[in-house]
Design a protein around this ligand. Structure first.
Ligand code: DX5
Ligand code: ZN
Length: 218
């Protein structure tokens, strides 16, 4: 099963509920929420209050991508806000095993993400405990960036580890995923596809958003 996780970072925030409903009706199966703190990444987006508002708009799984320093501090807040899946960056977690355990103890599914410069090998010890692994296919921080082709090899590597280790974590990709890049990542083994600018067409353009999602899923 392949999931389309639409990233609301590219949505029209003045009509967030409608944008989510449109993406969902068009076939989106997961709602991806990008939390940025202006420290780990050079951009600031939103936090638990917005996650709680999104929770009231949809029953789809909320896939919360934490691009923040010290994620441990905020795990209880995201649990309270209604997050289902929480993704933390390997690069900021000094005690990654502990952080993932805490996410699970708060009733959410733990996931881990690596930047383009971080190798898959850094995750081997935690693969048995994660719901999914996110391979960034751009440097995190902004929507609308170009896909980095070299990252596909990491998806392939993870897919073969999943097989070898007899595990069933999902493999997610995020950044520059669009009609022209989606085939390649799916063939490599990705089954959770994050897409922002390839889906959301801009303020008041619900019809085009629907078309984009349909074309993407074809
Ligand atoms: C980037 C975010 C992505 C972003 C993807 O740091 O993690 O989720 O919304 O946007 P597109 O699909 O436009 O590359
Ligand atoms: Zn993301």
């Amino acid at each position: 099963m392949i999931d389309l996780a639409f990233s609301i970072l590219a949505a029209d925030f003045t009509h967030l509920a409608e944008e989510i409903a449109t993406a969902e009706r068009a076939g989106g199966t997961v709602c991806h929420v990008d939390v940025m703190d202006g420290h780990f990444v050079p951009n600031i987006t939103f936090g638990p209050p917005v996650v709680a508002a999104v929770r009231r708009c949809t029953n789809l799984p909320l896939d919360v991508h934490l691009m923040i320093e010290d994620p441990d501090r905020y795990i209880p807040d995201f649990a309270k806000a209604g997050a289902d899946w929480v993704i933390v960056h390997q690069e900021v977690c000094r005690h990654l095993h502990r952080t993932l355990t805490q996410i699970r103890e708060h009733g959410m599914q733990p996931a881990v993400v690596i930047n383009p410069a971080t190798p898959v090998e850094t995750l081997i010890e935690v693969l048995p405990m994660v719901h999914h692994v996110l391979v960034m296919t751009v440097n995190p921080g902004f929507g609308g960036q170009s896909f980095i082709p070299r990252c596909v090899e990491k998806v392939r590597h993870l897919a073969s580890l999943r097989e070898e280790m007899n595990l069933n974590f999902r493999i997610e990709v995020d950044g520059g995923i669009a009609v022209d890049t989606v085939g390649e990542v799916v063939r490599a083994g990705a089954d959770l596809l994050v897409a922002g600018s390839a889906i959301f067409a801009g303020p008041g353009n619900q019809a085009q958003t629907t078309k984009n999602a349909e074309e993407f899923l074809r």
